[in-house]
Design a protein around this ligand. Structure first.
Ligand code: AHR
Length: 329
């Protein structure tokens, strides 16, 4: 009887240890819920963590850097096993991320990469290639104009920028400006932030329409701002997609709907679906693998009304209507 009790106790201890090993606590410092992209990203990552049976500690920073700093410090105090981090802006993270390093909590950088990336330790990094996305917006435009027989026309462009200082804004602006250098007839005549939101894209476009005499193209650094701007274009008595070419970024379902309706011309993809990367990275880290310091960029496409427009070397757009039913975000 004593022997049996001993075996049972040992079994309970072993099972308890195994349960602890699989019950990881994964904390996620997310920036807020400013766009359809962000909502899809949050849902996708959180659902994947919970589906693994891992405990999720989620903190929505409501676009405030100080809230993210506080959340990261609280993750350290709680002794979480992994931290997933997207910074609302690029700078100002050195101190708190070094604290994460000192606490020896593996850090996974998602989406927006902080500018102190070379000075900190991180276990894995994954996000869009924002500079390339900006370049793609302009290349798609140049090739579309060429196809329309407008390749040599003087074209006035207005640009809605994302949250000032965010990696996605800095990168996309850099890519757009660099690519515009290749097309002297494409002129950027106005630019302003719309904070990556539909609510701010609308009034900023409204003010562009009042202050700029001739607008041929809107480059919106995300689809939400493009959709807000479309409302402003319609309210001004112009036809979006025709009088003003509208190009967005993200490729959310609402942008596909706008393209199919003829209100929007193209959207450059930036995927928010990080679940597979996060789960795979954590499992490999748990198995003792070193994932190195490479920042992994997903393969991304471009969607428009007709398809067949080159937006990057050897890559052509896909007709949105053909794939709209497969769109999950
Ligand atoms: O960092 C990714 C960007 O942030 C997406 O393009 C935008 O929609 C989001 O808010």
């Amino acid at each position: 009887m004593k022997k049996l009790l001993g075996i049972a106790l040992a079994l309970v201890l072993v099972l308890g240890m195994a349960a602890n090993a699989s019950a990881l606590t994964v904390a996620f410092s997310q920036i807020g819920q400013e766009s359809d992209w962000r909502t899809a990203n949050t849902d996708n990552v959180c659902a994947a963590i919970e589906a693994q049976g891992w405990e999720l500690v989620y903190a929505d920073a409501q676009q405030k850097q100080e809230n993210q700093v506080q959340a990261l410090r609280s993750f350290i105090t709680q002794g979480v096993d992994y931290i997933l981090f997207t910074g609302v802006v690029s700078s100002g993270w050195d101190e708190v991320l070094k604290e994460v390093n000192e606490a020896e909590i593996p850090l996974l950088l998602l989406d927006r990469i902080p500018d102190c990336v070379d000075e900190i330790e991180y276990a894995a990094a994954f996000g869009g290639d924002f500079v390339e996305e900006g370049r793609r917006m302009v290349r798609w435009l140049a090739n579309y104009l060429e196809k329309e027989g407008r390749g040599d026309e003087e074209i006035n462009i207005v640009m809605l920028e994302g949250t000032t200082g965010a990696d996605a804004q800095v990168g996309r602006s850099e890519g757009i400006l660099a690519e515009l250098e290749n097309y002297p007839n494409l002129k950027l005549v106005a630019q302003q932030t719309g904070n990556f939101t539909r609510a701010e894209g609308q009034p900023v476009m409204e003010s562009f329409l009042k202050s700029v005499d001739k607008i041929d193209v809107l480059l919106a650094q995300n689809d939400d701002m493009a959709l807000g701007a479309i409302d402003a274009i319609k309210a001004a008595g112009k036809v979006p997609g025709k009088d003003i070419i509208v190009i967005g970024c993200d490729s959310v379902k609402a942008a596909f709907d706008a393209i199919v309706a003829g209100d929007m011309n193209a959207t450059i993809e930036c995927t928010p679906l990080y679940a597979d990367f996060v789960v795979d990275a954590i499992n490999r880290l748990e198995a003792g693998e070193d994932l190195g310091r490479e920042i992994i960029h997903p393969d991304e496409g471009c969607f428009d009304a007709e398809g067949g427009i080159e937006y990057a070397e050897g890559l052509v757009s896909v007709k949105a209507a053909d794939v709209i039913d497969e769109r999950v975000y």
